[in-house]
Design a protein around this ligand. Sequence first.
Ligand SMILES: Cc1cc2nc3c(=O)[nH]c(=O)nc-3n(C[C@H](O)[C@H](O)[C@H](O)COP(=O)(O)OP(=O)(O)OC[C@H]3O[C@@H](n4cnc5c(N)ncnc54)[C@H](O)[C@@H]3O)c2cc1C
Length: 386
Amino acid sequence: MDFRFTEEQSMFADAVRNFAKRNLADGALARAHEETFPRGLKSMMHEQGLLGITIAEEHGGLGGTLMDAVIAIEQIALVCPRSADVIQEGNFGAVRTLAQYATPDQRERFLMPVLRGEEVIAVAMTEPDAGSATTDLTTTATPDGEGFRIKGAKVFPNPNADQYLVYVRFGPGVRGIGSVMIRKGTEGFRVGEPAHFMSGAQWAPLYFDDVYVPPDDVLLPAGGFKKQISGFNAERIGNAARALAYGRYCFNEARTYALERKQFGRALCEFQGLQWKFSDMKTEMEAAQLLLYRAASNADRGLPAADETTMAKLMCNQVGFKLTNEAIQVMGGLGYSQEALIEYCFRRSRGWMIAGGSLEMMRNRLAENIFDRRFSQRPPKNEATA
Ligand SMILES: Cc1cc2nc3c(=O)[nH]c(=O)nc-3n(C[C@H](O)[C@H](O)[C@H](O)COP(=O)(O)OP(=O)(O)OC[C@H]3O[C@@H](n4cnc5c(N)ncnc54)[C@H](O)[C@@H]3O)c2cc1C
């Protein structure tokens, strides 16, 4: 057991940090306040070798490890928090599901443009009546000739994507769920009026009105739900890494501020009330970091383990958010002001306690693992039909 980066990992972290300082530090504040996904950065990230890090070389990726991708997202977020969105989209989300399950033709048409930095992909899973209860989704895929007609609506995805990995129902029950790829501009597919998350970023409802999907654009047919959800463990590692990196960014800023800012004729760091706050922040930050690195480095030797990923997400989401909040307190009015990135990190990291599996759903999953029993969240049958 060794708790330090390898020499190679240290060199990679340094290289990504230097790249970020050179190219992303200027404009970090303005970027955080843009409402649309920072797609303009994608080709630069591609050229730097920061997209498709974990994807096999024969599938168009770089053949790296999940730890490499975690190091990349952390180093980018520590310099420009918003730019880490591009690393998430190009490494941890739908691209992993595509790399794993797409046909060679689908990889060429859908995955490669994303990895080359030309297109943006998003997942369309959540529906107005199917949030945490994902398997309640009602967007249907009805056979039409060799293909399918898609009908339904989704909520909360990025409206600035070019293509969507859409969860659909081919038949009843969990076994009826699968997924299809749909591009913007396809007849019958409409992106609704954009709304805003608390972070300022846009989301929009998506409407599918008998959209025709050819058989070649079916990613996972009925029975694919478990495969889709297993891809979510990688998504959750990215979510956890970003949340904690936002916390670390705020910790670093608050530390510098506490060293420089003087009140009552003394630097803030000389007040014991603040020293103890920093001691607790540091301890929790490093504990969360270890859970994250354990989940990511064990995943390198196989698929990410559900329980390790769940614990890492639970801890990093909560500690990351707590650090952003404490940093606001340490930095006073400046921390609360939009002149610094701290309040952005606070608003943004709040969302990760809901997205990618809420804290409550993570706890439900962990409890099943602890007791080695399945606890259905559904009402007992007689109650459900009453
Ligand atoms: C920042 C952000 C980005 C997102 N991006 C996307 C995206 O790209 N694509 C997409 O499809 N969706 C996206 N979502 C949607 C996200 O997946 C859902 O918000 C999430 O699954 C929760 O669903 P819900 O909002 O309907 O809440 P609900 O499921 O209605 O839950 C409401 C509350 O009840 C709790 N709860 C529900 N069931 C249980 C239970 N059994 N036990 C205990 N507590 C429970 C929840 O934890 C939550 O606190 C995003 C959300 C956010 C916040």
